[in-house]
Design a protein around this ligand. Sequence first.
Ligand SMILES: N[C@@H](CCC(=O)N[C@@H](CS)C(=O)NCC(=O)O)C(=O)O
Length: 248
Amino acid sequence: MAKPAKRAVKKSVPAKKAPPKKVAKPVKSPASRGPTSAEKGRFTLYGFATSGPTYTAALMLSLCKHPFSYIHVNLREGSHKQPDYLVKNRYGQVPALRDGQTVIVQSAAILMHLSESLGKFDAKTPLERHRVREWLFWQWDKLSVPVFRLRQRARGQRQFGDEVRIMYDTEAKAALAVLELELAKAEWVVGKKPTVADVGIYGVLRYASEANIELGHYPHITAWKKRFEELPGFATPEQLLPMESRLI
Ligand SMILES: N[C@@H](CCC(=O)N[C@@H](CS)C(=O)NCC(=O)O)C(=O)O
């Protein structure tokens, strides 16, 4: 009779210890690390809480996720016409932006400076750069003037009669019709991504309702406004502009 086959007995071999895994230290990308002290000290914005142009500059810094100190210039007390402020802004207006040793004024120039120096919300080609400049000049020429004048009237800061009100209202509507046509063709004002042209225009249209302008009549502008408000770093004037200075 054949012997029954021995059952193979598995010898237990002590498991080799795996060498400890090298865990790479996470490298913080510039976007994920906190601001350095040099970044914190770089920008100081001088402005006033209800000023649209001040909001535009603050909004751009916020969208670029760049910290900044904020100095409240009390327009009601005439601080913007005092010698210590006029050396920063010869036009006696807010905003002004200090970038290191340089002070830049005029909100559109501030936007362009920030986009060029931070490389964000900038144009991607020479032609786009040209278009961005066009829109920023257009915005001040055709959009800001009627919207801000109507807002000032509604806030009791400027008095003019119905005839002038109707004139500004007509001008605002004509400008909005131009923008509506453009935004029917593309998601952003210039190119495939948001640029400072969008920031500048948004900084005006934020106040449309205060100027009694109904943006609901412009579906493409309404959709663009919503898209813009979903951008990372977006913040409202109330979130960005206190009625006092804020140093960081
Ligand atoms: N074009 C200027 C306009 C600035 C502006 O109108 N600022 C207003 C406050 S919203 C101001 O300082 N007004 C006082 C004044 O003009 O005397 C800019 O974009 O910076």
